[in-house]
Write a protein that binds this ligand. Structure first.
Ligand SMILES: Nc1nc(=O)c2c([nH]1)NC[C@@H]1CN(c3ccc(C(=O)N[C@@H](CCC(=O)O)C(=O)O)cc3)C=[N+]21
Ligand SMILES: [Mg+2]
Length: 292
């Protein structure tokens, strides 16, 4: 049995946001420009609701402007594209986030491709994904960036460690694998079709759950002493009728096995928002003359 440490993403994110707020103060004094983050929400997705609420509040707390555009679920693709082009052209907007998922009748890739890569604070544009993959400066997706910050804070150098990422999404799994590679990890991307997933997970010094399936990764899949980062935020029914949030990792089973683990909530989620603010400041610095 090992003593499993809790990786407090909420506390780390608070500290990061305070440092960002200081930098924003300094940036505004120097440039007379307020960094602006525009968020586009099309329709009402329940998973997006928590995120939008926390994000707008924290953007303003960091001294930045939050610009929210809410479109009806019935908005056409042309309307969404027109709004994105308007935000691309708006000098008060330094970051653009189009909340995913979009309604099924809208081509999400077409929308992402229309965002100016310099304002793409989610890092989802193919130009940013490509720049990350070839090792150029890029706006990096917020959740993977948050995971790396937590890992480096807890482990120091990641060089040579075996990292297994369970999940291959464009939003988390793939960009996180790129970032881990950049830290000199040996990286495996596993997924729903991986043969003997438990055995693959047991190789990991760093195990990342990013599949979006509640508590799928079991305690017995964890190598004793491994660092576990749980990206999942799944709302599940409680026996008494309410709901609760659980991760992709069976948190209780991980106790006494993992060396350290992020909780859900209070782990990766708050880091995602802090990194979004960080990316917005980075984007503003690059767009504003004398901003860097
Ligand atoms: N273009 C785009 N970019 C996104 O980054 C994006 C998106 N669309 N669509 C929705 C998902 C979801 N997401 C969350 C981020 C933080 C928390 C978060 O801070 N959660 C807290 C609180 C959760 C709670 O208490 O309900 C926690 O985990 O501790 C949640 C969800 C970003 N997303
Ligand atoms: Mg998958």
């Amino acid at each position: 049995m090992v003593e499993t440490r809790l990786i407090d993403g909420k506390a780390f994110a608070e500290g990061l946001r305070a440092r960002i707020a200081d930098e924003v103060t300094e940036f505004k004094a120097r440039t007379a420009v307020t960094p602006g983050l525009a968020v586009v929400l099309v329709g009402e997705d329940p998973a997006s609701a928590v995120y939008v609420r926390n994000k707008g509040k924290q953007t303003v707390e960091a001294g930045m402007a939050s610009i929210e555009h809410k479109l009806a679920a019935s908005a056409s693709q042309d309307e969404v594209l027109a709004l994105v082009r308007q935000l691309n052209a708006d000098p008060a907007v330094h970051g653009i986030l189009v909340q995913l998922p979009l309604p099924a009748h809208i081509d999400a890739q077409a929308v992402l491709a229309t965002i100016d890569p310099a304002k793409d604070v989610d890092g989802f544009h193919v130009v940013n994904a490509g720049r990350l993959a070839v090792g150029l400066d890029a706006l990096v997706p917020c959740t993977p960036l948050g995971c790396i910050l937590l890992l480096k804070h807890n482990l120091g150098s990641l060089a040579g460690l075996e990292a297994v990422v369970v999940g291959r999404s464009n939003i988390v799994g793939k960009p996180l694998a790129q970032l881990l590679l950049r830290e000199d990890c040996t990286v495996t991307i596993a997924h729903s079709r991986t043969r003997d997933l438990p055995e693959v997970c047991r190789r990991a010094d760093i195990l990342i759950g990013a599949v979006g399936r509640p508590e799928m990764i079991r305690g017995a899949w964890i190598k004793p002493g491994a660092t576990v980062i749980d990206v999942g935020i799944n709302r599940v029914a409680k026996p008494d009728g309410g709901t609760r949030l659980v991760g992709d990792v069976a948190f209780e089973e991980a106790q006494g096995v993992a060396g350290a683990i992020t909780p859900v909530p209070g782990g990766v989620g708050p880091m995602t928002i802090a990194c979004l603010l960080q990316n917005t400041l980075t984007a503003a610095k690059r767009q504003v003359a004398g901003g860097a």
